[in-house]
Design a protein around this ligand. Structure first.
Ligand code: RB5
Length: 150
């Protein structure tokens, strides 16, 4: 699996920690920024990661901002992205099992490091359940199709 990893300034430290975690587990990732010491707009990094996933250069994305909320809002504007802000390992598990999340967003100012890494681990390892959840996600895709004509 190849992960698009990005943050704004508020998520930078957590993004760096996740990068070390992924490296330690042998998970490939592309660090799309931000870089140390710059103040940036989370929207730009959500867009870059969403585009990498939709282009197929990355399989999924992990995005960190202050709360995880702005990243999720921006990433979910891209049809085909299912961004889920997760704040516990249990929400990460359900985001994969029921929602087939392809974009995890985290709050760098909200989560402690240990919880954040456990969320990442669970989100990476949990498969999509499929079945009735396919039908529900297909309805979301249908809404995307109608609203953007794509
Ligand atoms: C940046 O100050 C902060 O607004 C941003 O990281 C994020 O939390 C937005 O949702």
């Amino acid at each position: 699996m190849n992960i698009a990893l990005a943050s704004d300034h508020a998520g930078f430290e957590m993004k760096e920690m996740i990068a070390r975690f992924l490296t330690g587990r042998g998970v490939d990732f592309a660090d799309l920024g931000s870089r140390a010491g710059e103040s940036v707009d989370y929207v730009d990094y959500a867009a870059a990661a969403a585009e990498a996933v939709l282009a197929g250069t990355c399989d999924r994305a992990i995005l960190v901002c202050g709360t995880g909320i702005g990243m999720a809002m921006a990433a979910n504007k891209f049809p085909g992205i299912r961004a889920t802000v997760c704040w516990t390992p249990a929400t990460a598990e359900m985001a994969r099992r029921h929602n087939n999340s392809n974009c995890l967003t985290l709050g760098g100012r909200i989560l402690d490091n240990q919880t954040a890494l456990e969320i990442v681990r669970v989100w990476l390892e949990t498969p999509f359940d499929g079945g009735r959840h396919e039908r529900r996600l297909a309805k979301i895709a249908e809404i995307e199709k109608k609203s953007c004509g794509c």
